[in-house]
Design a protein around this ligand. Sequence first.
Ligand code: ZN
Length: 263
Amino acid sequence: MPELPEVEAVCGKLRAEAAGAPVRRLVIQRRRITSPDDPARVEAAAAGRTLDAIDRVGKNILLRLGPVTLHAHLRMTGNLCVIPDHRLRPAAASAWFELACGRGIVFEDPRGLGTLRLLDGPLPGLGPEPLDPGFTAERFVAAARASRQPAKLFLMDQRKVAGIGNIYAAEALFHAGIDPRRPIGRIAPRRLAALHAVVVRVLNDAVQFAYITYSRPGGFREADDYTPAVYGREGESCVACGTPIRRVAQGGRSTYFCPKCQR
Ligand SMILES: [Zn+2]
């Protein structure tokens, strides 16, 4: 699933290629992506507007079209990309914008789980966006100290921090030397402040790699160009100490960590 860095790369490319573009019309091909909104209502809301800005909060993409905001979520396999001619879109596109210049913005999604809805008001239930200035160490430490969740589940809880998924949660905890199973509220504030800095650094690094991945034509996988220290490396040697990386299940997902480096 695209995580924050991949979604940021999608947004960055859209900003570079289509910010300010007038939209002639929007066509929803896979009707369920707007549910519970009526697809015709979403199409009508976007037609004739200008794509003023492309914002991101966590894994959520906000397409600002004058007074209208469309909320896109890529889920497992979605992608939004600009093509030189809207008529050349892939047959399986979930939706597409026809721009006044003839180009298109295609919502591609092989598995069809992505969504495109009208957004009235703020996004519900989302914690701070970790690459925004409002994501301070103080705020992070206070939220962590008030939680009883294991450290990894806290990082993946979108209400606590928006946008971190399975890969980068494991990587951040490794680089901060924290056992993913530890209740986060019992970790010393000094170590939590260090974890906050690591989260920001890991995500910023990953954004750079995601741009490389998304600059290639064709499909992509998350963290394609990012070399994880622990994620997906069960039984392989820890890059820091050589101990075999362990895998445990947490919240129905695999967690990878070094039992020696992470306490
Ligand atoms: Zn180690």
